[in-house]
Write a protein that binds this ligand. Structure first.
Ligand code: BT5
Length: 245
């Protein structure tokens, strides 16, 4: 099915849309291929963590082949999370607050409503493809996660996966050329406008190490800037918890 500039492959059931999208990308599928599934049996997040993927939610991955250096690939995860946050903010009641949690979580009233999983295929210095996976809880949220989760339905939003996918892709089609031609530009500032906790204490867990500091903003590539007793540190991957412990 064609949705705007995107070629959308729809499946009732897949293991993981990111895995299928990466296979398609390696086989040379075009920029703008979207793999969308009603349900996933092996949906996952970062570090292989499982992603609860029952029917009724939006589960898809976009294959992009932007003409940018490898170093800029990471920016797209932030852009996609921002687009999902803008969409959620438009549909949920104004009394609910939509926020972004670094790096790529979208939250409604402090509970996770969506996660974004960017993956890249590179060779030498070339960016061959990016696969950006999105799981947006429309109808169902898990109850057994260490941090609270929610769905748009829990906030009174009745939308189908196809409607939400169309709304997302229209926004992505608008943003992509701007991002490719004009750079990361307004993304970090717009991203930060959705981020609570700027200027407050955070603890970032990186593997078995923890770093405490004050969340001071985003670097030009989306890395978290953390003011610590030893100066400002750039954090490119980790788990953020607000508070000093
Ligand atoms: C993410 O990982 O938040 C990225 C999730 C990306 C999922 C999409 S679905 C379509 C595409 N295909 C895939 O296979 N993946 C992508 P991370 O930051 O590692 O967060 C994972 C954690 O979120 C889990 O360990 C759970 O605690 C929690 N979690 C799992 N399922 C959830 C859900 N549906 N809603 C909210 N939280 C969830």
């Amino acid at each position: 099915m064609r949705i705007g500039a995107f070629d959308v492959e729809h499946h009732a059931l897949l293991g993981s849309t990111n895995e299928t999208a990466k296979q398609r990308a390696e086989l040379g599928c075009p920029h703008g291929t979207v793999i969308w599934a009603d349900e996933q049996t092996a949906g996952h997040g970062r570090y292989g963590r499982p992603w609860h993927s029952p029917p009724g939610n939006l589960l898809f991955s976009v294959v992009l082949r932007p003409s940018v250096p490898v170093s800029r690939g990471v920016e797209l995860g932030f852009l996609v999370a921002l687009i999902v946050a803008e969409y959620a903010a438009e549909v949920v009641p104004h009394s609910a607050s939509v926020t972004l949690k670094w790096p790529n979580d979208v939250q409604v009233d402090d509970a996770k409503v969506a996660g974004v999983l960017p993956e890249a295929g590179t060779s030498d210095t070339a960016l061959n493809w990016l696969v950006i996976g999105v799981g947006l809880n429309l109808a169902n949220a898990p109850t057994d996660t260490p941090y609270p989760a929610t769905s748009l339905r829990a906030h009174g939003v009745a939308t189908t996966p196809e409607q939400a996918l169309r709304a997302f892709l229209a926004r992505l089609e608008h943003w992509l050329p701007r991002w490719e031609n004009e750079g990361f530009g307004p993304v970090p500032d717009t991203w930060l406008a959705f981020a609570p906790g700027l200027g407050t204490d955070v603890t970032v867990t990186m593997g078995d190490r923890q770093q405490h500091g004050v969340f001071n903003g985003l670097d030009a590539d989306g890395a978290m800037l953390l003011a610590t007793a030893d100066g400002t540190r750039r954090i490119s991957a980790g788990e953020v918890k607000f508070g000093s412990m």
